[in-house]
Each structure stands twice: as C-alpha cells, then as structure tokens.
Write a protein of this length. Structure first.
Lengths: 352, 317, 383
C-alpha cells in the first residue's frame, strides 16, 4: 500500500464502514499557532496513515511539526493559541475533528494511546503506580478496587517489571527512568488500544536501557497487533524498529519510504544530508558533512521548497514552487512501492 | 584553515537572511531585544496595565498635592450646617460632592486628604519589606549552609505570627502612632513573604549554567551575585511586591478601623470607615466613599501586579 | 615531588605514564609561572590521579547529619596530552559530568589530584587558580541555560576580559569580541543582540566564543552537541575541530553519543558508576573492546543502518544502572554482567592492561578494568 497521496489527489472522505478504512489516516492536516509575533505554521498539509500491526516512524528535527501532528491526533493541542484550519484525522474512516466531544473522548481514551518522552512528569507523583494503572479499569470498565489492583499487577508483569506484586504500591519516584517508561507503556496498553503514538519514547533514557524499552514496545506491538506511530529525531532508533518512514521538514512530509530503502537510497536532499552528517569511520579526521544553515523559522517559512536555502541542489524553481510529494520510481519507470519525495529534483537525488 | 572560517560565516549569513532563529520575531528581529524590553513591550499591549497605571498615577498626584483637588479643609467640621448631609452627586469636585460626615466634615475632602497616608504606608512598607526581605532572601539563597538555616528558621518564626494580630500587638505598645510607626510595624511582620520568594528564585538562578560558566571564568562573588544571579531572580520579587502593596494599604485601613493604626489628627480612610460605620443604616454614604476609595486603590495595585506578572512570566520565554 | 606511589594499593595502574612530575611551587608567583609555561605537543598537560568525589547525603533540618554519600566519582585516573581529544563516554549517573566539574575546579574533590602542568589544581586558590581558569575553559551542554538571558552577546563574550583585564586592554575589547564572533562563524554585527534571539546552534557558537576568549589551552566539553538538532550537530563538531587546529587546543570531550565521540577523539575512556571501565585509542575501544560494559554499550547503540543489526551479536543488558549511593561491591558492573563470577563481587578489578594481553601488540592490549577481559564479536557503533 502507498502511504502517500498527492494532496490534490485525495479522494473525498468515503462513507464506507470501518472495515475498508485505514486504522488511522491523517489528511492534509494544517496546524498553526497564533503568537504575538505572527502566525507560526507548524504543520502545513501532512498526509500519513498506519494500519494495524504496522510501525510508522515520523522523523524530524525540532520544529518540523512531528510532535504537533501527534498532539493534534490525540487532541492535546493547546487551542488557542493552536488552530487546525484545515485537514482530517480519520480513525477507521471517521473524522475525529468533526465528531462530538463524547465520541472523540472515547476513541482517544481507549483506542489511541500516547507515550511521552518524560515519564516522570507524566505520572502523578502522589499516587502509587498501582493506583494509577488501576484507575483506567475503575473508570472505563467499572472494576472494583481489588480487581483493578490485580489488573495493575498483571500489566506490570506484562511490561516485565521485576517483582510486580511487591512494587505495585510504590510511587513513581521510586522507579528508575527505564522502569518508569515501562509503567507509561503499561498505562498506554491498559485498555488494549489499536494504536499507540510514542513521542520520543527513549530519548531521555540511557542507551543500554533504550534498547530494552524499544524491544519491549516492539514485542507488545506484535502481540496485540497494534499500529505504532514512532516520533523521533534519532536515525538509529528508526532503523531498528520502523516498517516505513515519513521524514518531516518545516511542517511538511518531504520523503516517505520503507525503512530499508530510505537508508540505501534517499530521494530527498534533506534526508540525504541527515544521513551524510552521521560520522562514519572512513571520515575520521576529516570534516563532517554538514547541512548548512539553520532549521527554518515557522513564522517565516521560505517560499517554494522550505529546504531551498539549505539545499545544495536548489535552483530557481525551488524558490518559487512548492514541490508536491510525488511517487518515486526506478530509473526504468518501474514503481517503487511506498516511496515518495517532495523534491523537484528527486530523480537526480535518488539516481544521480 | 582560513577557508573553513569563510564558509562558516557565509553559512550563517545565508541562514539568517532566510531562516531567522525561531525564537526571534518577524518585524523586530534585527533589533536587540532584552528580556526587560520584551516585558515592557508585552505590558504596553495590556489594557489592564494602562487602566491600573492611570489610576495609580492619579492617586499619586492626589497624595502629593491634595490641595489641587479640593478647596475644603478636611478637618473643618461644621456640625450645625452639615451634620451627615447627603451627597450631591451632581456637584463635581465640590466639598459637598460626597456629602458630610457625622462631624460635619466634607467627605470628599477627607477622601482626598486620606490618600496620602494610605499611599505612604503602602509604598513605605513595600520598600522596607523588599529591602530587608530581598536582602535576607538573597543571602540565604546564595550562600546557603548555616546562614540559610538561620535565616530560614527566623523567617518561619515570623511567618507563624498572624500578620494583623501581630501588628495590633506591636502597635498597641505605641501611644503616638504616626505614619512611620505603622510602616515599621507592618514591615517588621511582613518581610517574610518577599524573603521566601527571593530565596527561592536566587536558588534557581544560582544553579543555572551561566553562573557555573562565570565561576569557571574566575568571576568573584559580587560579580556573580549582581550581574548574573540578581537580574535573573528579580522578576518574581517585583510581582509579589506590587501585589502585596495593595495588601499593606488595606492592612493599614483595618488597623486604623480598629483604632490601632493611625490616629487623629492624621486623616486615614480606615478611621473614616470606622466612624462611617456607626451611622450605616441611615447614612451609608459616610462609609461608602472612603471604603470605595480604599477598594479602588487596592484593586489598582493588584491589577498592576497581575499585568506585570503576566508580562514577566518566564514560561513565555 | 609528589609521586603516585604514595597512594594506597587499590590505585589504578597507568602504565602509559610512570609518574607525575609535580612542581612544588614555593609561592603563588612560582605556581603562576609554572602554569603559564608552555607544554610541548604530545606531552601530558593534564594528569588525573585517583580522583574521588562523594556528595554527602544528609538528614535533619537544623542539625544535619550525614547518612551516606553519592559516590559520583570514585577513583578515576587518566592523562590528557597536549593537542589531543580525549573522549569520555558513559550513561547518566556514571560521573562524567562531575569529572568535568572537578577538572574545572568547580567542585572540591573529596580526594585525589588533578595535575595541570605539575600543579595540583584541587589545592590551588587565589591568583594561581585564576591563572588556571584562564587556561582551562568549558563548553556546556545546554545552550539555552548557559548564556545569561539578561546580557547581550557582546557582554557575554566580553565578560572574560572584565574578569581578566590583563588579556585585553579596555579599548580593544569590542573589536576582540567581534573577532571572536567571526571566528565561530557568527555575524559580528550581532554583538548587541540577546541570547533568546538566536537558535540553539548559534547559541552554542556563542558559548564556544566565550570559552575561546582567554585563549585557553584546554577546553572541557560537556555534551556540547547533544542538545542540538542533528543537522546542526555536524556544523558544531566541524567548528570545534577547526578551532582545535587553529588554536592548538586540547579537548576533554564528554558525550553519550558514541559515533560523535569516535569521530572527534584520539583516545576514549568509558565510565561506569564513577569508575573508568576501559581506556584506549579510539580504534582499541571501538574495534577491540575487552570490557563487557563497553561491549554492551557499543552493541546497544541504535545503528542508522537497518541491515547492520542483522550482523553480529547484539547484547541487551538486563536491569538498570545501580544507584551511585549504594554501588555493588567489587566490580561495579557485575550486577548486569553476563560473565560475573564470585571473584567479581569480592575483588575490585583495577584499570590496567589485562594479564593475558601483556606484552602483546594486539589492539586488545589496552587498559581495561575487568577480571575476565576478552574480545567479543559484536555489532559495532559507528563502524
């Protein structure tokens, strides 16, 4: 399946039932923030989708709009100053942005769950971990206190917290960073959601613990056949777990590809630049490749392709015309499934 | 590598022409903008700031030059002609505008002349409290250790004394209660909150990396304290002091009402409220006007404090 | 002459340097003179011996009593040679940032010595310490908190000259600051702007300019690029390498990103729970690690190549790093080590070339603090 459609080609929302629809599909989403200094355009027409059992990695730097998109999906965007002037967020074919609050709350609480970077500040410090885990069951499923506690222990065992029975009454600060992130995952899993959005889930953790947590997340995803949207800036983490990747820059998706393809043959100069700037052994003692310039100011995104001031391939057309995300094909014209690039010169980039 | 230097510089130049730093703004990005400047910019765009400032400015002028606003003598009572005369709301700025009190004195004139005592107590207590509390809080926060232990414990003890009750006890031991006596009594009990706020923000500021950087450069204590720590710890203190100022004014009025604050012949809203409250059923105006003035003044200071806090809120930076 | 031998037996061996030539300065002037003397390229400029820093844990409000200590740094020794970059890697809580602060004399060491040109800087004060500060500077991790938000860029970069007025006469300072801005690749006209008007990468350049102002010999970099965007990291790394050549600097480069450390470092030390686990040249550490922790660390790093993870064995450690307030007995790593035996809990392994590799020219013959040091085929980071 293709992850991408050109913005112009997007079909009208189908009235079809949940069976023929994607688990989650974001269509032409725009988000802007009204600040004292002007309108910051954080997301400018993002399209992506995830199916059950699939992992989509959204890769981008700060200000690329990767987290804002996720916040829009979860409905945790601060509005105002945030605003969604355009776009759809379809959960099994239904647009969450036009639903009633009650319906939306149901989906966001039970069907889509989110894991944050900072587990300590996402957990309530004055309530025991068991209480917080059990709360889900008491509120949503009306279980008794005792039943909820049993469920909490079960969840903690599932995310491999040692001695779960003894630790269920402990408070968040008594756990280490890695264990807290596990508790966050347990919380997200509690109601067996269809989709998990993980926003930089391992960035705050040490490398040796990072690997444990990512492995756990992957294992649970397979077990429950969940969709996973992994938001990160780390090219290494992405390579480890993703099925497909969407690279974001200045609020747009600039490239999409299956994971192996992207690292082998990037089709956008930004992706290429990111990959080239990773230090490699044969470059020891030499200057690193660096993308010149700075990430764009969202109040004043460059005209045309937002990457043009930093791009080594930029020509006049890049400064005037916004490149659409088009399907990428092999040199002989044969299709490359799942690949797309928003570059006027994608052919030169991938084949050149 | 002279070439490398050149490329780097060019890089930044290009980047800046097109992609200004996200923290900077569109229109004013080329000018240096200090944080105080930003806060001032923010304040100027708040109607609350302007309303409260104009109010307070007017009050200050009234306090300084009461004679400009009324020709009547606030102490001149004419019981035969003016005993509790009702207000003439059409007679703007005339002695009978707000009517007369139980001793035949012009309430308007008394309200005008009473401003001075209130403003003096408010500003005086705030200045004293900020100086003493700010200094102690800064020392406790910056040096820590035993000094902090002592100052913090003393603060706790003073914090435990009920503010008004404490002030009443202190003032009760004075027979001649002039403005400065009230100021000292209130400041004696009121410095703790500023001290705590200052201590907390100094502790936060001294842990910042820029302070470590200054130490690594070999900077001395006074440079670190006055150039790095204090400017970054001042904002919360300013906010607390502005809001507290209103509180001190009402504290003075309360004490005067109870007969333990300022005494005759000083003119104070609190004294007038006390006297006005005796005839409240038939002649509410004798109470209403001084009480209204008091509320307006306190309100203006609290509103200013709110506006300043919003403008200085570090979370917006 | 303060010689290493005076220390007790549990001291780490440092075969690459027999002992420290400590200069016993008679007075402050002599100390300053020793500090200002030049050092030949390739000679040791900074020698750290058995450095220890314990942070006391205390209880009580008015009368505090000590109930324990966080052993942030617990006996670390290494040398820094003039002109080289020594990388120090490790996870959070391993003490690498405390080492940085000790080298800067920002913390007082509990015990141990830091010899800078033969002077123990842990014991210096006054004029001699100020002279050291001129020569050892620091670049911080977070470019958002390391610059005073209420000062202009010109004041920030010019502050070193206010503190050390002998470096630049008053009239020259503005020109000096603008020159520094130019050196780090910023527009010299930005001198009157405030830090919040710059992006993260630009702020880090300002921090570097401040560090360079006094023309130091050593710069301690504590995670200098980890707070920056990926595309900007490479720019800053390039700038730092350029400056090293241009100003003949020695770097202690502390980071957790193993591929960046490999790129910039000549030698690398791996820390775990306040101790140095392994130290050697970059090739020795990355291609021939012998300490199990180094091996696990290298294999845990996510490699930006989806096919790499299918090659070689991947070690995933169980459990978390123990608390530095209560570290395991013997080898600190034994609670997470797959090779741990009884000996590991009773006997502290010293940092030395392992017995079995002694006298061999193999790259595995470098200092490693493990009783069972051996090579292992793993997925390498940044290879």
């Amino acid at each position: 399946m293709t992850i991408m459609d050109k913005t112009a080609d997007i079909p009208a929302p189908r009235a079809g039932g949940p069976d023929d629809a994607r688990l989650l599909e974001v269509r032409d989403l725009h988000v802007e923030f009204h600040t004292r200094d002007g309108v910051a355009k954080a997301v400018n027409g993002v399209n992506y989708s995830v199916d059950s059992g699939e992992t989509l990695a959204v890769l981008g730097e700060s200000g690329s709009g990767k987290s804002v998109t996720a916040q829009a999906i979860m409905g945790i965007l601060d509005m105002p100053p945030g605003k969604i002037p355009q776009g759809q967020i379809l959960y099994r074919g239904q647009d969450m942005l036009t639903m009633s609050n009650e319906e939306r709350r149901k989906i966001r609480g039970q069907k889509i769950a989110m894991i944050f970077q900072d587990a300590l500040s996402s957990l309530n410090p004055v309530l025991s971990v068991g209480y917080q885990l059990g709360e889900m069951f008491r509120v949503h499923q009306g279980l008794s206190k005792k039943q909820a506690k049993a469920k909490a222990i079960e969840l903690m065992e599932r995310v491999k917290i040692p001695a779960a029975k003894q630790r269920v009454s402990d408070y968040p600060h008594q756990f280490s960073g890695g264990m807290r992130q596990r508790i966050m995952i347990a919380m997200a899993l509690a109601l067996e959601p269809d989709l998990i959005i993980a926003d930089e889930p391992t960035t705050a953790l040490d490398v040796t613990v990072q690997a444990q947590v990512m492995d756990l997340l992957k294992e649970l995803q397979t077990e429950f056949n969940m969709g996973l949207i992994l938001i990160t800036h780390d090219l290494g983490v992405v390579a480890d777990v993703a099925d497909k990747i969407a690279v974001m820059y200045a609020g747009r998706i600039v490239e999409t590809a299956p994971v192996h393809e992207l690292y082998k043959r990037p089709a956008h100069p930004y992706t290429r630049g990111l990959l080239d700037s990773i230090p490699r052994l044969d470059q020891k003692g030499q200057e690193l490749y660096a993308i010149k310039g700075l990430p764009p100011n969202l109040l004043k995104i460059p005209s045309g392709c937002a990457f043009n001031p930093r791009c080594p391939k930029a020509e006049d057309i890049c400064r005037t015309e916004i490149p659409a995300l088009v399907p990428v094909s092999e040199q002989d014209g044969s299709e490359l499934p799942g690949r797309g690039s928003a570059c006027h010169f994608w052919k030169e980039t991938i084949h050149g | 590598m002279p070439d490398a230097t050149k490329t780097e510089t060019e890089t930044e130049a290009v980047a800046d022409a097109t992609a200004a730093p996200s923290a900077a703004t569109g229109k004013t990005q080329d000018k240096p903008r200090s944080l105080w400047g930003d806060a001032w910019f923010d304040l100027r765009h708040r109607p609350m700031f302007w309303i409260s400032s104009i109010l307070l400015l007017t009050l200050l002028i009234v306090a300084a030059f009461p004679g400009l606003f009324t020709s009547a003598d606030p102490s001149d009572g004419d019981l035969t002609n003016h005993f509790l005369t009702k207000p003439e709301l059409g007679h703007f700025f005339q002695p009978d505008w707000f009517g007369y009190d139980g001793q035949g004195r012009s309430i308007y004139a008394r309200v005008i002349y009473g401003t001075r005592a209130s403003i003096m107590v408010g500003v005086g207590v705030t200045a004293a409290v900020t100086l003493v509390g700010g200094l102690l809080g800064m020392l406790a926060g910056y040096f820590g250790g035993w000094l902090d232990s002592i100052i913090s414990r003393v603060t706790d003890i003073f914090f435990g004394i009920p503010f008004l009750l404490g002030a009443m006890v202190v003032l009760n031991s004075f027979t001649d209660r002039k403005v400065y006596v009230v100021i000292l009594a209130l400041a004696f009990l009121g410095w703790t909150s500023i001290c705590r706020v200052m201590r907390a923000s100094v502790i936060t500021a001294k842990q910042a990396d820029y302070v470590t950087a200054a130490r690594a450069l070999g900077a001395g204590t006074s440079r670190i304290l006055f150039r790095h720590v204090l400017p970054n710890a001042l904002a919360p203190t300013i906010v607390v002091a502005t809001i507290a100022l209103g509180g001190y004014i009402s504290a003075e009025a309360t004490l005067s009402f109870l007969g333990l604050g300022l005494g005759e012949p000083t003119i104070s809203w609190g004294i007038d409220i006390a006297q006005g409250s005796q005839a409240i059923r038939d002649n509410p105006h004798a109470l209403l006007f001084p009480a209204g003035m008091l509320s307006l003044t306190v309100f203006a200071f609290i509103m200013l404090g709110d506006a300043v806090r919003d403008a200085l809120d570090p979370k917006l930076r | 002459m303060a010689e290493l031998d005076k220390n007790d037996g549990s001291m780490d061996a440092t075969p690459n340097v027999t002992d420290v030539v400590a200069v016993d300065a008679a007075d402050e002037t002599a100390a300053v003179a020793a500090i200002e003397a030049p050092v030949e390229r390739g000679e040791p400029i900074l020698q750290v011996r058995n450095l220890v820093k314990h942070f006391p844990l205390s209880q009580g409000i008015l009368f505090k009593r000590q109930v324990g200590a966080v052993k942030a740094v617990d006996g670390v020794s290494f040398d820094l040679y003039q002109g080289e970059t020594l990388g120090i890697v490790g996870e959070s809580g391993c003490g690498k940032s405390t080492v940085a602060r000790l080298l800067m004399a920002l913390e007082t060491a509990t015990s141990g010595e830091v010899f800078y040109k033969g002077q123990d800087i842990t014991r210096l004060s006054g004029r001699a310490l100020k002279a050291v500060r001129r020569n050892i500077q620091m670049v911080f991790q977070d470019p958002y908190t390391s610059l005073n938000p209420r000062m202009t860029v010109g004041d920030i970069i010019g502050e070193p000259f206010d503190i050390h007025p002998e470096v630049a006469p008053k009239g020259d300072r503005r020109a000096k600051v603008q020159e520094l801005l130019d050196v780090v690749g910023l527009n010299p006209e930005y001198i009157n702007r405030y830090p919040h008007q710059f992006s993260g990468g630009q702020r880090q350049r300002i921090g570097i300019a401040r560090g360079l102002a006094l023309n130091p010999e050593i710069i301690i970099c504590d995670e200098p690029v980890s707070a920056l965007d990926v595309s900007v990291q490479a720019q800053v790394i390039n700038l730092m390498e350029k400056l090293q050549d241009e100003f003949n600097l020695s770097y202690v480069f502390i980071a957790h990103d193993l591929s960046i450390v490999r790129h910039i470092s000549d030698r690398v030390g791996v820390m775990y729970l306040g101790k140095m686990a392994e130290i050697g040249t970059d090739a020795e550490i990355y291609d021939h690690p012998t300490h199990p922790y180094t091996q696990a660390l290298l294999s845990a790093v996510p490699v930006p190549d989806p096919e790499a993870r299918e090659r070689g064995e991947r070690i995933i450690l169980t459990g978390d790093v123990p608390s530095p307030a209560n570290p395991p007995s013997g080898c600190r790593f034994r609670t997470r080590c797959w090779k741990a035996q009884d000996k590991c809990s009773t006997e502290l392994p010293l940092l030395a070339v392992p017995e079995r590799f002694k006298g061999s020219d193999s790259p595995a013959a470098h200092e490693s603090a493990c009783h069972f040091a051996e090579e292992k085929d793993i997925v390498g980071a940044a290879s």
